[in-house]
Design a protein around this ligand. Structure first.
Ligand code: M6R
Length: 606
C-alpha cells in the first residue's frame, strides 16, 4: 500500500526514481510524485493517476538535473486521488514521502494549526511533514525523533531536508522499508523489486531506526543516536523475475510460473520420501505439541488457509479454525498453550495479518508464518517461518502465491498426520509421491489455457457469476470467485453447492452463468444433483472436472477437463484453471488486469 523509493548518488535521480516506482506501482496507482534535492533546493513534481502521467509531467516541466531524490506511488487512504493529495508533501525546509496511516493526524493538525500552520491537502501525511518541519532547527535526527514521539499509527518515511545536500533520512514503524546498497550510491525502497535493477544488496531497516543515507555511506542510528550494526542482506530474486518477460501481463506470467514455483517450494522439503522441515529449523516433534491450529490471513491467503483446514483435519485429525486476520484480532480468540497460530501471507506485510500474529505472540502462543517475501515483517517476527519460493509476485491478483501456500499446507498436513500417528510410513510416502506427481502435472494446465480462453466471450458480458463446490472444491470456488471479481469487476459469489437451495437458488434464472467444480469422487452424486437443480432453472453451467469422471453431457454447457490426479491433490490443478478463466474474461472486457481499480498489492493499512 503506497510505494516509496529514494536515490542518492551521481546519476540522474529522476530517472532512477521513475524506474523504481514502475516496479512498485503494484503497491498503489492513484498518483505518483518525486522530489529532487540539488544546489538550488528541492523541486517537486507530482501527478494524479498512473505513473505515466508523472512521466509526462516530468517531460513537460523538464527533468531535474543530478541530485538526490525521493519518490512515491500512492494508494489513497485519506483524501481522494488528486495532484494536491499526492506525495511528496512539502514545506520550504523539507519534503517527505509516507507509506502508512497517521492515526492521530487530527490531533496533530490542531496542535500545528494553533502554532500558525496551514494545510492544503486532505492527507494525514501532511500533518507528519509539518510536524517534522515544526521541530526542525538544523538537526534532522532531532526533528524526526521529536516527531516520532508524537505520531501514532504506521509509517515508512523518506525525507529530504533542503539544507542537507545529498542526504536521505528514513525511518519506519509497521510499514516496510529497506536501504539498498550500491557503489557510491544508495537507495531506499518499500520493496526489493524497486532497486533490483541497480543492486541486490540491502539492509532491512528495523522499527524506529533512523537511517542517514548519503552516496558514500549509510549510517543507521537507534533513538539514542547510537549507531546500529546491520546485517547486509542479498536478494535472491533477479531482475528478470520482476519483469514481464514478454507476457502481456504479470498475472499471466505468474500463472504460467506455477509449476516452477511449486517445485522450488516443495522439492527442497522432501527427503527420504516424506516432508522434512529440518532446514527450516522446525523441530522434529513440532506438530505433536499442539491440539488445535488457528490459521489467520487475508484474501487469497485466507482461502489457502481454508484449503489447509480441510487437508489438516482430514489427514491429521487436528481441529483447525480459519479466521480473517481482521476478525481474529478483534474477536478475543480462545487460545491455549497447546494452540498453534499459522499466519499465511505472500507479502509478509499485510497489516491485519501482522497484527493478528502479534496478538497471538503477546499471549505467548507459538506462531508459524508461511511467507513469500524473505525479510518481511511477518517473516521476521514469527517464531517459525516456512518460506514459499514463488519469486516476486507483482500482479495485484495473487496466483502463484496461492498455489505455493496450499502446497505448503499439503506438506504440513502430511507431516503433521505422520507425527500424530494418523498415517504410517508407507502412506506418508504414497501421499508425498502423489503431491510430487500432482505438481508435475500442473504443466499440463498451461496447454489448457487456449481452451479456457475460448470460453471468455461467453461470459464477458455477464453481470453476475456463481461458483459452486463441495469440500475442497468449495474452498477453491471462493478463491475462483475472488479472482474473477477483483480483476473483471463482474459480481460473483461462491457457494457450498449444498447451500444453494437455502436461498441463493432464487438468483438462478435463464442464462445465469455458474461455474461448478467437480473434482471429488466421494461428493460426485451430491454435486451432480446440485448442478441439475441449477440446470432446471436455466443456469448456464461450466463444469471444471477431472478427465477421469464420466459426467452426463446434459449437466453442462461447457466443460474443462483437468489432468487426473488423486482427488485430494486436485486443488493444485483446479485453481490454475480458475485463474486462467478469470484472467481471460478480464482481458476480454478490456480490464487493467495487473492493476485492478481501487486495489493495491500489499495492504499495509488496516
Ligand atoms: O500479501 P498477503 O498474502 O498477506 O495479501 C493478502 C491479500 O491482500 C491478498 O491475498 C489479496 O486478497 C489478493 N490481491 C487477491 O488476489
Amino acid at each position: 500500500m503506497c510505494g516509496i523509493v529514494g536515490y542518492t548518488g551521481a546519476r540522474n535521480a529522476a530517472d532512477i526514481l521513475v524506474g523504481g516506482l514502475t516496479n512498485l506501482e503494484y503497491r498503489g496507482y492513484d498518483s505518483a510524485g518525486i522530489s529532487i534535492l540539488d544546489q538550488s533546493g528541492i523541486s517537486t513534481i507530482k501527478a494524479k493517476g498512473r505513473l505515466q502521467e508523472l512521466a509526462c509531467k516530468i517531460k513537460e516541466v523538464g527533468k531535474p538535473g543530478a541530485g538526490c531524490g525521493i519518490g512515491h506511488t500512492r494508494w489513497a487512504t485519506h483524501g481522494e486521488p488528486s495532484d494536491i493529495n499526492s506525495h511528496p508533501h512539502r514545506t520550504p525546509k523539507l519534503s517527505m514521502v509516507h507509506n502508512g496511516i497517521i492515526e492521530n493526524y487530527l490531533e496533530i493538525k490542531k496542535f500545528l494549526s494553533d502554532k500558525g500552520y496551514t494545510f492544503e491537502s486532505q492527507t494525514d501525511t501532511e500533518t507528519a511533514v509539518k510536524l517534522v518541519d515544526y521541530f526542525y532547527k538544523g538537526d534532522p535526527f532531532d526533528a524526526i525523533h521529536q516527531a516520532l514521539e508524537r505520531l501514532e499509527g504506521s509509517y515508512a518515511f523518506g525525507i529530504l531536508f533542503a539544507d542537507q545536500p545529498d542526504t536521505i533520512y528514513a525511518v519506519r514503524k509497521d510499514s516496510p522499508l529497506i536501504v539498498g546498497l550500491g557503489e557510491n550510491e544508495n537507495y531506499i525502497a518499500s520493496d526489493v523489486p524497486a532497486i533490483l535493477e541497480h543492486t541486490r544488496d540491502f539492509y532491512l531497516l528495523d522499527e524506529m531506526e533512523i537511517a542517514v543515507i548519503k552516496p558514500g555511506s549509510v549510517v543507521i542510528l537507534d533513538l539514542t543516536r547510537a549507531p546500529v550494526k546491520k546485517e547486509r542482506m542479498r536478494a535472491n530474486w533477479d531482475i528478470a523475475a520482476a519483469q514481464k518477460g514478454g507476457y502481456p501481463h504479470f498475472m499471466l506470467k505468474e500463472i504460467c510460473e506455477q509449476p516452477k514455483a511449486l517445485t522450488d517450494t516443495v522439492h527442497p522439503r522432501i527427503r527420504h520420501t516424506r516432508p522434512d522441515f529440518s532446514a527450516d529449523d522446525i523441530p522434529a516433534d513440532f506438530w505433536s505439541q499442539f491440539d488445535r491450529v488457528h490459521i489467520t490471513a487475508c484474501g487469497t491467503a485466507m482461502y489457502a488457509g481454508t484449503v489447509g483446514k480441510v487437508l489438516l483435519e482430514r489427514l491429521a485429525r487436528i481441529p483447525v479454525d480459519v479466521d480473517l486476520a481482521s476478525e481474529f484480532r478483534y474477536r478475543d480468540p480462545i487460545l491455549t498453550d497447546r494452540s498453534l497460530v499459522i499466519v499465511i501471507s505472500q507479502s509478509g506485510e499485510t497489516a491485519d495479518s501482522l497484527a493478528a500474529m502479534r496478538l497471538a505472540k503477546s499471549r505467548g502462543i507459538t506462531t508459524l508464518a508461511i511467507v513469500n517475501v524473505i525479510g518481511s515483517s511477518i517473516a521476521r517476527e514469527a517464531d517459525f517461518v516456512l518460506h514459499t519460493y514463488a519469486g516476486p509476485e507483482i500482479a495485484v491478483a495473487s496466483t502463484k502465491a496461492f498455489s505455493v501456500q496450499i502446497a505448503m499446507m499439503y506438506l504440513i498436513a502430511i507431516d503433521c498426520a505422520r507425527i500424530r500417528g494418523m498415517i504410517d510410513d508407507a502412506k506418508t510416502a504414497a501421499l508425498t509421491a502423489d503431491l510430487t506427481q500432482a505438481i508435475g502435472r500442473t504443466r499440463e494446465l498451461l496447454d489448457l489455457s487456449g481452451a479456457i480462453e475460448s470460453l471468455a466471450p461467453n461470459f464477458m458480458k455477464a453481470s453476475s457469476l456463481f461458483y459452486l463446490g463441495r469440500g475442497l472444491d468449495y474452498a477453491l470456488a471462493m478463491e475462483g470467485s475472488l479472482k474473477l471479481k477483483e480483476i473483471s469487476y463482474i459480481h460473483s459469489e461462491a457457494y457450498a453447492a449444498g447451500e444453494l437451495k437455502h436461498g441463493t437458488i432464487s438468483l438462478i434464472t435463464d442464462g445465469v452463468p455458474v461455474v461448478a467444480l467437480v473434482t471429488q469422487r466421494e461428493l460426485l452424486p451430491k454435486i451432480v444433483s446440485n448442478i441439475r437443480e441449477v440446470r432446471a432453472r436455466g443456469g448456464h453451467v461450466v463444469v471444471i472436472t477431472k478427465s477421469g469422471f464420466d459426467l452426463d453431457a446434459d449437466i453442462y454447457d461447457e466443460i474443462i477437463r483437468l489432468p487426473d490426479v488423486d482427488d485430494f491433490f486436485m486443488p493444485l490443478l483446479a485453481v490454475i484453471a480458475l485463474q486462467f478463466f478469470a484472467y481471460y474474461i478480464a482481458v476480454a472486457r478490456g480490464c487493467d488486469v495487473d492493476k485492478p481499480r481501487n486495489l493495491a498489492k500489499s495492504v499495509t493499512v488496516e
